[in-house]
Design a protein around this ligand. Structure first.
Ligand code: SR1
Ligand code: MG
Length: 427
């Protein structure tokens, strides 16, 4: 049950120490001398306050929801309850995929705040993707994160009653679902008030896309899958701004958009953000670094995400199928191991096709909608930026509309390369 927040007050850098010094989980880590704590507000996301609080002994992160969308302001109210849903998503992810999310030290529902591990010296993955920094094992970690969390939150794994309770619990996250439903699937396809794009360079392509009924039907079909296929607990906003990295370590943060939805959504959104980073590389190339090798690495990460997802999902399928679906009584116990492998392949094919559709929607909405990505936005030359974005839009439109024909990772990688090459040839 989500409590009302009658006494909610947003933290400030000045008030934080006094307000949290009596929270045992905080004082244990930072010490009681709150006057010596150093507090910085570092939130650069679209929604919340994020503070780093350091003492001579240690440091923690304090994330607090605001009652509105930070990106837009108080004209767009947003419930504080998203903090409650984020906390419950994190506790489940840490059990299902140990070591992949920050440790949680304290949750205050009324103040909509979570105190968690300060990941240091980690930074947001998007910054690496801008600077051309590689992280070994990244795709494998992310693919396995998806497999572990998506499989273990589903009826392939969970006790049926516990899963139904969780479906009911997370069904309350309606406001955040509403954001995704509008911003990902609908607003980019018409002249919605908060949309923006690189103009005038992309004006004609945007006009064509908004007149493209095949694309609109495909996007609404993906929205239907998103809204009605409550098969597992999703992260719900699994893009490269929700991943923190340092060298070969990576952690997934920010699951406040958690919902029960289709597995392909997390996978497709994640892949889309690497595709856009790939498209953005010409915006960061120089004479000494054309980013060609780095682009190749991004494609390898995309490939690793899916292959690691499929391998880990297969392992879980064969060894941890403890839910109500595909019970061992019908398969292993009857010697139907080959049929079980066919069923697994069908499941993976279905997730892949959905992932392609969601990938297309995500690329389009991050280019034409309200919420953009820094890898595109920070390209200073508008002509160069528009060319990068235009390549992304063409890839996105193709995999959205033709998702059932993009039958493999190799086919997908070919779409990326061929679309880009044909645009360069026509430029
Ligand atoms: C109004 S919130 C805009 C976007 O930021 C979040 O990270 C989600 O991706 C959301 O769609
Ligand atoms: Mg976020």
């Amino acid at each position: 049950m989500v409590a009302e927040a009658k006494n909610y007050t947003p933290l400030t850098t000045e008030s934080l120490a006094e307000r949290l010094v009596n929270v045992e989980a905080v004082a244990t880590r930072l010490g009681k001398d709150s006057a010596s704590w150093r507090v910085r507000e570092v939130g650069d996301g679209n929604l919340n306050l994020v503070f780093i609080v350091e003492s001579a002994i240690s440091a923690v992160v304090v994330k607090q929801a605001l009652p509105y969308v930070r990106l837009v302001g108080d004209s767009w109210p947003l419930p504080l309850s998203r903090s409650f849903f984020e906390y419950h998503a994190l506790t489940r992810q840490s059990t299902r995929a140990p070591g992949t999310v920050p440790d949680i030290y304290h949750f205050d529902e009324e103040q909509a705040l979570i105190v968690m591990e300060f990941l240091s010296p980690h930074h947001i993955l998007r910054h690496s993707l801008q600077k051309g920094i590689r992280h070994s094992g990244l795709g494998v970690m992310l693919g396995e994160f998806c497999a572990n969390t998506l499989f273990k939150g589903s009826d392939f794994s969970m006790d049926a009653a516990a899963r139904k309770e969780d479906v009911a619990l997370f069904a309350g996250n309606t406001a955040l679902c509403d954001i995704s439903e509008s911003l990902v699937f609908t607003d980019p396809f018409f002249d919605a008030p908060m949309n923006r794009h690189t103009a005038p360079q992309l004006d004609e392509q945007v006009r064509q896309l908004r007149a493209d009924t095949a694309a609109k039907i495909a996007a609404q079909t993906m929205k239907q899958v998103f809204c009605s296929n409550a098969e597992t607990m999703l992260h719900g906003d699994l893009h490269t701004g929700s991943v923190m990295v340092h060298e070969d370590d990576a952690k997934v943060i920010d699951p406040e958009f958690v919902l029960y939805g289709p597995m392909g959504f997390d996978v497709g959104m994640l892949i889309a953000n690497f595709v856009m980073a790939w498209c953005a590389q010409p915006g960061y190339s120089s004479e000494s670094d054309d980013r060609g090798v780095y682009r190749q690495w991004i494609l390898e990460v995309i490939d690793d995400i899916w292959s690691s997802f499929a391998v880990r999902f297969g392992e879980l399928w064969r060894t941890e199928r403890s839910g109500i679906l595909f019970p061992a009584t019908l398969f292993e116990a009857q010697g139907h191991d080959e049929a079980l492998e066919r069923a697994l392949a069908n499941q993976l094919d279905r997730v892949w096709v959905d992932a392609m559709g969601f990938c297309g929607c995500e690329i389009i909405r991050r280019t034409l909608g309200l919420a953009h990505i820094i890898e595109f936005d920070d390209i200073p030359d508008a002509d160069v930026r528009a060319r990068c974005e235009s390549t992304g839009l063409n890839i996105g439109r193709k995999v959205l509309v033709e998702r059932e024909d993009v039958l493999s990772m190799q086919a997908f990688l070919n779409v990326i390369k061929i679309t880009s090459t044909s645009m360069e040839t026509n430029a």
